[in-house]
Design a protein. Structure first.
Length: 161
């Protein structure tokens, strides 16, 4: 009489893939939880992004700060001055509290038309070649890469004040 031997080895071969599938489902669940956390953070940012006045204020601040930083570095390399003395005496657009001699000039119709038609050229029109070269390049890049309006804004700040 042959006694059959009942062993769990047969079931072990069946249980290993089932355990691997269970581990896979746990990892998928972890990924879904992390995606839900990212989605919750993105949903929390929607009111900030879609608040037009706040978004425009942030964009304008970033653009003007970046332009001022680039321009001060570029103009400092072209026309070096004593930066500590300039910061102590000058305010925005070169106006200080002691001397109010720097003012915006009322533009003529030709300057405004040139500003609207070709902002980089209007910078060349106002300044000398050396002082206008780098700002005109920056204005041209802003006009071409960022669709005209930032370049027009940059040129208006350079030309009108």
């Amino acid at each position: 009489m042959v006694k059959e031997h009942f062993s769990l080895d047969i079931f072990q071969e069946l249980l290993d893939p089932i355990i691997a599938i269970g581990k896979g489902f746990l990892q998928i669940f972890d990924v879904i939880v992390k995606l839900a956390e990212v989605l919750a953070k993105a949903l929390a940012m929607i009111p900030i992004i879609f608040d037009p006045p706040r978004l425009i204020d942030d964009i304008m601040y970033g653009v003007t700060y970046g332009i001022n930083t680039v321009m001060s570095g570029a103009m400092g390399s072209v026309d070096p001055q004593n930066p500590t003395e300039e910061k102590q005496t000058s305010g925005p657009f070169g106006v200080n509290k002691i001397d109010k001699s720097t003012v915006c000039i009322s533009p003529s119709l030709s300057v405004i038309l040139l500003l609207i038609l070709c902002p980089p050229l209007s910078i060349f029109y106002k300044y000398s070649f050396i002082k206008a070269l780098i700002p005109s390049i920056i204005c041209g890049v802003l006009c071409v890469k960022l669709y005209y309006f930032p370049g027009l804004l940059f040129a208006a700040l350079m030309v009108l004040c």
